[in-house]
Design a protein around this ligand. Structure first.
Ligand SMILES: C[S@@+](CC[C@H](N)C(=O)[O-])C[C@H]1O[C@@H](n2cnc3c(N)ncnc32)[C@H](O)[C@@H]1O
Length: 424
């Protein structure tokens, strides 16, 4: 977490019962403006002069979701919910968002920041093997890993391990800069998005000293017509995630991506925009090819209740589809997405669960920032977003050394997520 703010703690058992929508609610004025869901339509040059409003394609609309996410994030920064000096560089016209959206942006960012920070900091410690702490809350098949993890974790206690982070559909996210400027970094941080999006990001980063100072590499280079950036520990790549295995993976590898390193894959409002066959291919590839991986997903759920159906109707009116929500509509299915593909452990919680676990002083701080009287809407909204995480580790080869290394990885991954089971 940034500054002196503590990460939210996730209890094992969600205690809040969320009220259903009030009678007639589905017919009321749409209650939410989702930070991700107001795409701006691109203005494109006509080949023979003049500028026209082009009818946007589906991909254009999806790219546009980032514009609203970053405007909402800046609104939360400006009001003091979040501390992030980098966000404003990605926003042309700032706009104060309603309190509901500010809280949503805050909770989403704080939750994923907490997981990222724990990943960066995690080590293999003797006292924190899966055996030492209850994993009963996670839908987990990790029991078979416990016995191998214990002896090695003792031998490797507290070792700092080289790691990577891959941000899928990074948009204008500033996490790399925010963390590194606070002294928290990994061996390599990769970001991937459509070419048009990475082009805009690369231009902002390259021309602002605040960013290049954080990267701190005199050999920082632009590539692919200014749509990619390469440096020692930061790499921005352009590409289509629907071609993950055929196109993205080889290009990641060409930039030093190492399948043997523990790697955090972040999908913050991204996989949901991709057809399940394509997003499943990413989850499959990661689970089968990485020696140790933690996958973190933030996205919408519960599409079939009255509120969820209205959410989808509102999006459809803006030409936005969420193909992933029908395949993974619930917390259970979010976990199954990973467990059915052989991942060792998975857990999904709604944003209400995260909200319930904010520390009292942080809740007090948030509450003091602006008047907020939309509690019922807030809880309904929060019940339609989740954070899911899963981890997996595989042995590269047969033999004791490979088993030991896998056990070390499991210990590290478990240490990353175990904070979610504390403070119940
Ligand atoms: C809602 S934005 C989220 C951006 C960022 N993850 C965040 O939370 O701030 C969704 C992002 O996913 C990207 N995206 C969606 N589908 C993609 C695909 N098939 N290939 C590459 N990027 C994709 C979009 O371009 C957009 O930047």
């Amino acid at each position: 977490m940034s500054g002196n703010r503590s990460p939210p703690h996730w209890p094992e058992h969600p205690s809040r019962r969320v009220p259903g929508p009030p009678h007639g609610y589905a017919h009321a004025q749409p209650p939410l403006e989702d930070p991700d869901l107001e795409p701006r339509l691109p203005r494109l040059q006509r080949p023979f002069g003049g500028i026209s409003e082009r009818v946007p394609g589906r991909d254009d609309i999806i790219k546009g979701t980032d514009d609203d996410a970053i405007v909402s994030k800046l609104s939360a920064v400006d009001l003091g919910y979040l501390d992030d000096p980098f966000v404003k560089y990605f926003v042309k016209r700032s706009s104060r968002r309603p309190p509901l959206i500010n809280r949503g942006s805050y909770l989403r960012t704080a939750s994923l920041d907490a997981l990222t920070e724990h990943f960066i900091r995690s080590t293999t410690e003797e006292s924190s093997t899966p055996e030492d702490s209850s994993t009963s809350s996670a839908s987990s098949t990790a029991t078979s890993t416990t016995t191998v993890a214990q002896p090695l974790a003792a031998a490797m206690a507290g070792q700092v391990v080289k790691k990577q982070i891959v941000s899928l559909g990074c948009g204008s996210d500033t996490r790399y800069f925010k963390f590194k400027s606070k002294g928290l970094s990994v061996a390599k941080y990769f970001e991937i998005d459509f070419q048009e999006s990475t082009g805009k990001k690369a231009a902002v980063v390259k021309k602002n000293k605040l960013f290049t100072d954080v990267i701190g590499d005199p050999d920082l280079k632009l590539g692919r017509g200014g749509t990619e950036l390469y440096s020692k520990d930061y790499c921005l790549l352009s590409g289509d995630l629907r071609e993950f295995t055929s196109s993205i993976v080889p290009r990641l590898k060409a930039q030093g991506f190492d399948t043997s390193l523990p790697t955090l894959f972040l999908s913050e409002c991204v996989l949901i925009y991709i057809q399940p066959d394509d997003s499943d291919a990413i989850v499959d590839w990661v689970g089968k090819n990485m020696d140790a991986s933690l996958f973190v997903v933030y996205e919408q759920i519960n599409p079939t209740d009255a509120f969820g159906a209205m959410m989808l109707r509102n999006l459809k009116a803006r030409q936005i589809e969420l193909p992933g929500i029908h395949e993974y509509p619930s917390l259970k299915s979010q976990e199954e997405r990973f467990l059915s593909r052989g991942w060792l452990a998975a857990r999904a919680v709604s944003m209400n669960t995260l909200l319930d676990t904010l520390q009292a002083d942080e809740m007090k701080r948030i509450s003091s920032l602006e008047i907020f009287d939309e509690l019922e809407e807030w809880h309904l909204l929060a019940e339609h977003y989740c954070v899911a995480w899963a981890y997996n580790a595989r042995a590269q080869s047969a033999g004791q050394d490979a088993d030991d290394r896998r056990a070390q990885h499991i210990s590290l991954l478990f240490n990353t997520v175990r904070f979610t089971d504390r403070h119940q």
